[in-house]
Design a protein around this ligand. Structure first.
Ligand code: NAD
Length: 447
């Protein structure tokens, strides 16, 4: 099977490499020449556990190639996946212009029957739009089908998720592309059938519904955390108490600094736009988004409040652990750390930033500032700090030598945006410990 993957980002590169690993012949195409030059040399431009070796191995064994040349890549392929960005427009709706551009390029070079697969997260009706674009370009001179095959991988575990998917959704309105896609995915379904076949519109909608549900759980828990703190309950206990109910489960129930990344925020907003467009009132989705926007500011407010009686946060030094929107990725898109840091900079604080992999991407977003010091590890970030804040729960922060951290710091405040540590334990170690959804009397904070 000759596969073309258009878009070589977190989804396209991982999926393309996994297809190659399973024995398909894969060409990954991107309009970013710099990225393709790197990949042709075996250098992976993103951080994703396990991806580096997968790319190198399959490149070496010639099952995986990288190109910017649409003409040859489309001519050679039977199945053309589109995995390009679908960011938000200013009104929150989904910008499908990258998908449209990719579809137009594919159309120009089609030389026989092709299956075009939308893997990008796209609003309901986009497969029909792709079909219309190809017909506009080529009239009835080409035969093709357009399929929806949304992607569910998680950054940070993308290779694992791709090789062992929970389910593979194929949205198609004709038998032939269903058979071909089942063959493409057959190496991933040997142990049991994971393929769900449905109509195109339902497949497109499923992706948004899945992300909205996960985002909803996070916002729900952040709202519960707020109530917990005010009524004297500990959200960490409440989380376990409800997660142990098999109807609820533990996943996506962690309170924190809000969700970020390139999917949940934009997908929730796109679903809101879709719903409104057809006359629905997406109350839950709007609340999910609003709670998240509020939550991204909660830790910053706690910090301002803490320092209000200590001369204010201006000219204070704040060490920050973790910048990416979640652990095991270098992705900084819509990371809650950005909101937190920008607020501190605006208030005149100095920040000492550390993240295991995302500093280059963070530098691009936060830019150069005399208020920012980039650090090589969590100890350096804590050095001389009036407070330390944990924003991303990288594993290396789980068992830190807090006596050593405390000795390096100027102040004693620790703001835990991911509820990673035990409040009383942190108090014993000499910290004013402030976390999410835990009342002051249970935190051991002096404030
Ligand atoms: P990304 O920004 O990491 O990569 C997209 C790539 O597409 C870029 O390298 C860009 O240069 C390239 N591109 C843009 N226009 C192009 C064109 N016309 N032709 C060829 N290449 C083009 O994006 P991503 O995170 O991989 O996301 C891709 C899609 O998958 C989005 O719709 C996203 O919502 C969805 N998705 C993402 C994830 C995730 O965790 N990142 C998970 C599931 C679904």
């Amino acid at each position: 099977m000759h596969i073309l993957m258009v878009g070589t980002g977190y989804v396209g590169l991982v999926t393309g490499a996994c297809f190659a690993e399973m024995g398909h012949t894969v060409v990954c195409l991107d309009i970013n020449k710099e990225k393709i030059d790197m990949l042709q040399k075996g250098n992976v431009p993103i951080f994703e556990p396990g991806l580096d070796e997968l790319v190198k191995r399959n490149l070496q064994q010639k099952r995986l190639r990288f190109t910017t040349d649409y003409a040859k890549a489309v001519t050679d392929a039977t199945v053309c996946f589109i995995a390009v960005p679908t960011p938000s427009l200013p009104d929150g709706s989904c910008d499908i212009s990258y998908v449209e551009a990719a579809a137009r390029e594919i159309a120009k070079h089609m030389n026989g029957y092709k299956i075009i697969v939308n893997k990008s997260t796209v609003p309901v009706g986009t497969a029909a739009r792709v079909k219309a674009i190809i017909q506009e370009e080529r009239g009835s001179s080409v035969s093709f089908d357009v399929v929806s095959n949304p992607e569910f991988l998680k950054e940070g575990a993308a290779v694992h998720d791709c090789l062992k998917p929970d389910r593979i959704i194929i949205g198609a309105n004709a038998p032939k592309p269903i058979e071909v896609l089942k063959e493409v995915y057959s190496p991933f379904t040997l142990s049991h059938d994971r393929v769900l076949v449905m109509d195109v519109l339902s497949a497109e909608m499923t992706k948004y519904a899945a992300n909205a549900m996960l985002a909803l759980r996070i916002s729900f828990m952040n709202e519960i955390a707020d109530v917990c703190k005010k009524v004297g309950a500990n959200v960490n206990e409440v989380r376990k108490g409800i997660g142990s109910d098999s109807r609820i489960g533990y996943s996506f129930l962690y309170p924190g600094v809000g969700y970020g990344g390139s999917c949940f925020p934009k997908d929730v907003r796109a679903l809101i736009a879709t719903a409104k467009n057809v006359g629905c009132s997406p109350l839950l989705m709007e609340a999910t988004d609003a709670v998240n926007e509020r939550q991204k500011k909660v830790l910053g407010q706690k910090m301002l409040q803490y320092f209000a009686s200590r001369g204010g946060v201006k000219n204070k030094t704040i060490g920050i652990w973790g910048l990416s929107f979640k652990p095991d990725t270098d992705d900084m898109r819509e990371a809650p750390s950005i909101t937190f840091i920008e607020e501190l900079l605006k208030e005149g604080a100095r920040v000492r930033l550390f993240d295991p992999v995302s500093i280059p991407n963070a530098k691009r977003i936060l830019g150069d500032s005399s208020q920012i010091t980039w650090c090589n590890d969590e100890f350096e970030a804590a050095s001389g700090a009036d407070a330390v804040a944990l924003l991303t729960e990288w594993k290396q922060f789980r068992l830190v030598d807090f006596h050593c951290i405390r000795d390096q710091m100027k102040g004693i405040a620790f703001f835990d945006g991911r509820n990673q540590y035990k409040p009383l334990d942190m108090k014993d170690k000499g910290f004013d410990y402030i976390s999410i959804g835990v009342p002051d009397q249970l935190q051991g904070s002096k404030k």
